[in-house]
Ligand binder design. Structure first.
Ligand code: NDP
Length: 290
């Protein structure tokens, strides 16, 4: 009689970044792997920019199913991939590499993750958006919002060059109307705005007291207010907006939802987002255990 077939081989996924030690993605992805009975691992790997080409070749040779890229590799990784998917090509940034038929394909799940969180609250079609920031996160969110049919994206950024670049990208390559608004002093959010997004790094640990320079009085309860900052999830913006009666989306929503898409791309399994969110919440604010 034949016994059970035992396999000691694990499928490997990872994140490449530098610095990377404080990146919590492993916690939520491995929680999903365990929950769904997958013999998969997700490694947090510090990769120096000078080693990125070798790291990608190594990942391929070792049979990795894919990997995430974080700062500073999201743009730099592109020349080392076999293919780049359409929205990632539009953004010029890859945060998720997927092995498909032996080829490494670059995807961008940041903006898609944000969009999933937003759609849980409001349909973005036809909406008017104010977005602070024009870096990698803002580009990903801006492109996905435009592809999802928002009417207008007003970009507010400290540096006007980066702001203009994003507005040009959105205007020339998507159907959304986009404009760059000046940011002098505290920005007053126009009353007709539907969605307000902080896509800057203001408020990220350890600078948790840093304030987004906006006039908080200009927020009104019909607005949806979102923050990309995952650590801490309850930023000052999120606290004040929810006190004012706005519907809010914290940075854990985007982080979890982009992770859900990554796990689905790699494993084919649709993971349970609540398992992933709980794992992250446990890390950021450990609950009292009996
Ligand atoms: P980038 O460095 O590419 O962009 C940073 C942005 O923040 C720029 O627009 C920059 O403006 C602005 N900014 C930074 N400091 C200030 C300041 N003091 N005042 C005004 N503007 C400022 O970073 P990313 O776009 O990759 O990341 C931004 C944030 O998004 C990070 O905190 C990251 O943790 C978070 N993120 C969250 C994700 C999630 O899943 N929740 C996913 C990806 C990112 P300027 O152009 O003038 O420099």
């Amino acid at each position: 009689m034949q016994g059970p077939i035992l396999s000691f081989k694990q499928e490997i996924t990872a994140v490449f970044g530098k610095p990377v030690a404080e990146n919590p993605t492993q916690v939520m992805v491995e929680a999903a792997y365990r929950h769904h009975g997958l013999a998969w691992r997700y490694l947090t790997l510090e990769v120096d920019p000078t080693d990125l080409a070798d790291a990608v070749r190594g990942a391929k040779a070792l049979g990795f199913a894919g990997f995430n890229c974080t700062i500073p590799h999201k743009v730099a990784v592109i020349p080392f991939l076999d293919e780049v998917a359409e929205s990632a090509r539009l953004m010029g940034a890859v945060n998720c590499v997927v092995r498909r038929e032996g080829r490494f394909v670059g995807e961008n799940t940041d903006g898609k993750g944000f969009l999933t969180s937003l759609k849980e609250i409001v349909d973005p079609r036809g909406k008017s958006v104010i977005m602070f920031g024009a870096g990698g996160a803002a580009r990903a969110i801006g492109v996905e919002l435009a592809l999802a049919g928002v009417a207008r994206i007003s970009v507010v950024n400290r540096g006007s060059d980066r702001g203009r670049e994003l507005v040009t990208l959105l205007t020339e390559r998507t159907k959304a109307k986009a404009e760059l608004l000046p940011w002098e002093g505290r920005f007053r959010v126009p009353a007709e705005t539907d969605v307000v997004i902080n896509a800057t790094s203001i408020g990220l640990y350890p600078d948790v007291d840093a304030e987004l320079p906006i006039d908080l009085q200009s927020l009104n309860p019909r607005m949806v207010v979102a923050d990309v900052i995952p650590n801490p999830p309850r930023t000052r913006l999120i606290s004040v907006a929810s006190e004012k009666g706005c519907r809010v989306i914290d940075g854990l929503g985007m982080l979890v939802n982009q992770g859900v898409i990554g796990v689905k791309y790699w494993t084919g399994v649709d993971p349970d987002p609540s398992v992933m969110r709980t794992a992250l919440e446990d890390v950021f604010s450990p609950r009292e255990r009996p």
